[in-house]
Design a protein around this ligand. Structure first.
Ligand code: ADP
Ligand code: ASP
Ligand code: MG
Length: 455
């Protein structure tokens, strides 16, 4: 079997949903399991609804709810015409909206966004999309059967970022999903959503549908895990920043992991581990251009491309912290103390350069940064710089000395404030002011991919 995951843009409206039905129909002989995200933008709208409900701001809440209803009714009307089916699905959708309103009412009463309540609300986006996709598939002649992800994807109770319990999920998935596949039907599940063993709804964190797909694919020993999205695969840079970015044919798991971690949101960083464990290839492909091969992520350490660098990843929303040890002498507990302070706040650094005299690190922006700074002042002078970004040059070929030196020189030209060779040997990451993110990424992309064959 294969797993086919369709992200928000791939199920954004009726036309796209019909498009993915065709993609699935063309691959029925590979026994697909389909995982869908909420319709594009819906999780953000649900999050906005929660914020407005918390503030008991009906004026803000009502238009968001109206927008959500409109989106789903349009999608439904545009891909399900047969009247009985249409009627049945409309009633189901009514039911979900009633549930949504009820849950938002309790948030309004409590005036509090608890992660547990938020998960119950956010999960409804995937519930709605899976319902619509299932019926649309049937309308197009596919024998599709919806499965509630909460009956299959069992997680811990870290609401908002729950982690799948692989053993329990395996037990459920083999039975529930296995039975549907054995009947020759196509199982359809909402991604991103799971439940604790006692059935309380959880979510896997933003972008988590990729993780649902990878977990199920690895448990069911899929032949391939396919991530269908709105670009032609993993690209040589974020195409929104670099219009000249081009798709990469093959990358290794190590390269893809660095790319995902350092900002290629096309792939959730947590989705690779389950696939790596079983050596299952992951393919990233474009649901608007299904004839294109996309990118295949495979096991292996050999540089896959024709150059040392495969991509320039980047992301904003970073703060850098420099702590200079007050004692200015060898102090073995210093770096450990600084990192321990991060850990106690559940923060993990994106990048660290440490010695006994100073620690310079980059972390994702977090409300805890301020109190962290206060605590770190115990160790020495602390300099905090917000509004930073990370740029990371990725490629297994960087393990080669000459290629590495060239790449280091290229990055150094952009005068990064912090600069480090990744321990995997496949990345070179640098921190720059957020305002210089685009030019740095474009410059490096030009240097590695747009030159006169220097790549
Ligand atoms: P989906 O809704 O399918 O999950 P996402 O929005 O999560 O899609 O991810 C796809 C987006 O990732 C692309 O539209 C692109 O802008 C962005 N992206 C960032 N870096 C890269 C990269 N290196 N390669 C491909 N896409 C990238
Ligand atoms: N719908 C969720 C989100 O927008 C999960 C996903 O799309 O992967 O984050
Ligand atoms: Mg995504």
């Amino acid at each position: 079997m294969i797993v086919m995951k369709f992200g928000g843009t791939s199920v954004a409206d009726a036309e796209r949903i019909r498009g993915i039905a065709e993609i699935v129909r063309d691959r029925l002989d590979r026994r697909p399991l389909v995982v869908v995200s909420a319709l594009g933008g819906v999780t953000d709208l649900l999050e906005r609804a929660i914020v407005s409900a918390c503030a008991d701001d009906l004026e803000a809440l009502e238009p968001v709810l109206a927008n959500l209803e409109r989106r789903h009714r349009w999608a439904l009307a545009g891909c399900v015409e047969e009247s009985r089916r249409h009627h049945h699905l409309s009633l189901e959708v009514d039911g979900v909206f009633e549930e949504l309103r009820q849950k938002l009412r309790s948030v309004r009463v409590l005036r509090e966004r608890t992660p547990r309540a938020a998960d119950a609300i956010l999960a409804l986006g995937e519930t709605l999309s899976a319902m619509i996709v299932e019926t649309a598939f049937r309308e197009m002649g596919i024998d599709a059967i919806g499965i509630d992800p909460r009956e299959v994807l069992i997680t811990d109770d870290r609401f908002g970022e729950a982690e799948p319990d692989l053993e329990r999920t395996a037990e459920r998935a083999r039975k529930r999903v296995g039975d549907v596949l054995a009947e020759g039907a196509v199982p359809i599940l909402g991604g991103f959503v799971g439940a604790t063993p006692d059935g309380t709804t959880t979510t896997l964190g933003r972008g988590g549908s990729d993780t649902s797909a990878a977990v199920l694919g690895s448990i069911l020993e899929a032949e391939e895990i396919q991530i269908w999205t709105d670009v032609d695969g993993l690209m040589s840079a974020n195409p929104r920043l670099v219009p000249q970015a081009r798709p990469i044919a093959t990358v290794s798991f190590a390269e893809a992991a660095e790319l995902a971690f350092y900002g290629a949101e096309v792939l959730h960083p947590d989705c690779l581990a389950p696939a790596v464990r079983r050596g299952i290839p992951v393919r990233v492909a474009n649901s608007m251009r299904p004839e294109n091969p996309g990118t295949v992520i495979v096991d292996g350490t050999e540089p896959a491309g024709d150059g040392a660098v495969v991509s320039v990843a980047s992301r904003g929303g970073v703060t850098s912290l420099r702590v200079v040890n007050r004692r200015m002498r060898a102090d073995p507990g210093f770096a450990a103390g600084v990192l321990g302070s991060l850990r106690s706040r559940d923060l993990s650094p994106d990048l660290v350069v440490a010695s006994e005299i100073g620690v310079h690190l980059a972390i994702r922006d977090d409300p805890g940064c301020r109190s962290l700074q206060v605590e770190l002042e115990r160790y020495g002078r602390v300099e905090v710089r917000g509004d930073r970004a990370i740029v990371c040059v990725v490629g297994s070929g960087l393990s080669d000395g000459v290629a590495r030196r060239e790449a280091m020189e290229a990055v150094a030209e952009w005068e990064p404030e912090l600069f480090a060779l990744g321990s995997s040997g496949a990345s070179l990451a640098a921190v720059v002011p957020a305002g210089r993110l685009s030019e740095t990424v474009r410059g490096l992309h030009h240097r590695f991919f747009e030159g006169d064959g220097s790549r």
